[in-house]
Write a protein that binds this ligand. Structure first.
Ligand SMILES: [Fe+2]
Length: 318
């Protein structure tokens, strides 16, 4: 664990976020079905109600789900905010955008009163049905292509979305570096950035760049919330973004740096595999909260995806 230091100086951008609209804040958890029995019904773990400030779900895993699972999701959403993180839209792909899925997502967001929808800055092979997230080339052409599709999604959803920096293993064509590409896409699309600090770390190790410099170069007005996760280092040194292990110290350090730069942004712990006991997850949630409160001493809510009312050129703060 890195030494936690108090940061008294914040950028103008992060200070200005204090006045943002009410929304989610604090520390949240990816909602896996394995956790449902601990979070709902007569077996609910009472302390869990206060531990999780919000949950995140993949709409593809829940759209059209009724019965017991549907009731459990409804029970949780009535008590704790839930936000949506898409898996398969292939927003950077070349196949026609799956507008039917986007409309289903809109209904899903409205049904559960979800303030946020995010997707990955990537494309999927096999017309978006596989959950593999492949990197776009870091080129001007790709910026224009993916930004136009993000704006199309925002127009259908009638709200801003957040786009996430992904981990990648095959090096794409590069006219610029990764952070320049990410900055350019969110600016061109007029969307928010979901900053995954573990993905920054994974890519920095696999592709030999300084993760701290990456965080410093991000354009602050676009960052709206954060993912943090664990990963797996293979014998050959390659790091795989598994979401199946505890968060390691260098990643906590990047999270601390992100709070120092962007303010106390709401943060989600991604844990999809090798799920430990709820109490272990709670410990990592508490580290997030401690870093948030130690670094900034101020509350910066996650602005709900704001209505764009068909006017994607409107400039709105994250
Ligand atoms: Fe993530």
């Amino acid at each position: 664990m890195n030494k936690i230091t108090t940061t008294s100086t914040l950028s103008t951008d992060s200070l200005s976020r204090e006045a943002s609209s009410p929304g989610i804040q604090g520390a949240g958890l990816g909602l896996r079905r394995a956790l449902l029995s601990s979070l709902t019904g007569k077996d609910v773990v009472e302390t869990s109600k206060d531990t999780f400030d919000f949950f995140e779900v993949a709409p593809e895993n829940w759209i059209g789900i009724g019965g017991r699972l549907g009731r459990q999701l409804k029970e949780i959403s009535e008590r704790t905010p839930i936000i949506a993180h898409g898996l398969s839209l292939s927003v950077g792909g070349t196949a026609p955008l799956n507008t039917g899925l986007v409309k289903d997502i809109k209904s899903f967001l409205d049904e559960h009163n979800m303030p946020i929808y995010s997707e990955h800055l990537s494309y999927s092979a096999d017309d978006g049905q596989l959950y593999d997230l492949l990197p776009l080339p870091f080129t001007e052409e790709a910026i224009k292509h993916v930004a136009a599709r993000i704006r199309q999604v925002q127009d259908i959803l009638e709200r801003r979305i957040a786009i996430e920096n992904i981990s990648y293993y095959l090096v794409p064509e590069q006219q610029m570096n990764e952070v320049e590409f990410v900055n350019a896409v969110v600016k061109e699309a007029d969307c928010d950035l979901l900053l995954d600090v573990n993905n920054v770390y994974v890519n920095s190790q696999n592709h030999n760049y300084d993760p701290s410099e990456y965080i410093n170069q991000l354009e602050t007005e676009h960052v709206s919330y954060i993912h943090v996760a664990g990963h797996y280092r293979e014998d050959d040194g390659i790091i795989i973004d598994t979401h199946g292990a505890d968060v390691i110290d260098p990643v906590w350090g990047l999270l601390e740096q992100a709070y120092s730069r962007f303010g106390k942004l709401p943060t989600l712990l991604e844990r999809d595999f090798n799920l430990p006991a709820l109490s272990d997850l709670t410990n990592e949630l508490n580290i997030i909260k401690r870093l948030q409160n130690t670094n900034t001493q101020q509350s910066i809510n996650l602005t709900p995806n704001q209505k764009v009312a068909g006017a994607h050129h409107e400039q709105s703060a994250a």
